[in-house]
Design a protein around this ligand. Structure first.
Ligand code: R5P
Length: 239
């Protein structure tokens, strides 16, 4: 798969979503995390009429993206109501359920998505599927409080109605030891194969003591934009 095709896909999805959902009437906009959202900010910067807007980040990466580009930074404490949040995804199904957290940002992302009147997903063609767990096979990202990571992993293996194929503590790449999130927690990736009922699985995992947030965003997005290999953008709308 050429990197150029993937980047073009991310860019075209992000540009279209900004064009259709962020307007000068907006006061507060949520900025997701990850590599696709970089193109969201790129498009915003091309529109001087969007400069007055306050942008609320969903991670340290997204905060830097806002600050380094001279946009107005806001916080969720100051802005409980957000006009629209645009974010990336690791996989999105037919009903606009999404797996998120490939970059370990799912907690703040969910917070900012929930505060938004409209939540929009942007992704390249690799993220589009009929059923979650088809394209994204690394597992559902689950943020856990460090002292309970072992007990949570055991409960995921033994106490849920769906048995996982494997459960891994996510390890850092350029640091010894586990990934540490922006909230000081660890991430466990639990592979359940294709998900038959993501909403029920989300509820079950969320109830485990020590779970901080689950990277399943069920029925939250209003629309998803996928940048395709031929340069077009496929738009899915929640029914
Ligand atoms: O934790 C990370 C986020 O959920 C990202 O939005 C997600 O991983 C998609 O990232 P990317 O746009 O880099 O594929």
């Amino acid at each position: 798969m050429s990197k150029e095709l993937i980047e073009n896909g991310k860019r075209s999805a992000a540009y279209r979503a900004v064009d259709e959902h962020i307007s000068p009437d907006n006061q507060v906009v949520g900025i997701g995390s990850g590599s696709t959202v970089v193109y969201v900010v790129e498009r915003i910067l091309q529109k001087p009429e969007l400069r007055h807007i306050t942008y609320v980040p969903t991670s340290f990466q997204s905060k830097l993206l806002i600050l380094d580009n001279g946009l107005k930074l806001g916080s969720i404490e100051q802005n409980h109501v957000i006009d629209v949040t645009i974010d990336g995804a690791d996989e999105v199904d037919d009903e606009l359920n999404a797996i998120k957290g490939g970059g370990a940002c799912q907690f703040q992302e969910k917070l900012v998505a929930e505060a938004a009147k409209k939540f929009i997903l942007v992704a390249d063609f690799r993220k589009e599927s009929q059923r979650l767990g088809t394209q994204w096979t690394q597992g559902v990202p689950i943020e856990v409080v460090p002292m309970c990571y072992k007990t949570v992993m055991n409960k995921i293996k033994n106490a849920l109605s769906v048995k996982p194929n494997c459960v891994n503590l996510r390890m850092a790449v350029k640091k010894a030891g586990p990934v540490v999130t922006d909230n000081g927690n660890f991430v466990v990736d639990a592979d359940f194969g294709q998900l038959q009922d993501p909403a029920s699985l989300l509820k079950e995992i969320k109830l485990l003591t020590g779970v901080y947030e689950v990277g399943l965003f069920c029925q939250m997005a209003a629309m998803a934009y996928f940048g395709e290999q031929d340069g077009s953008v496929n738009v899915r709308e929640r029914q």
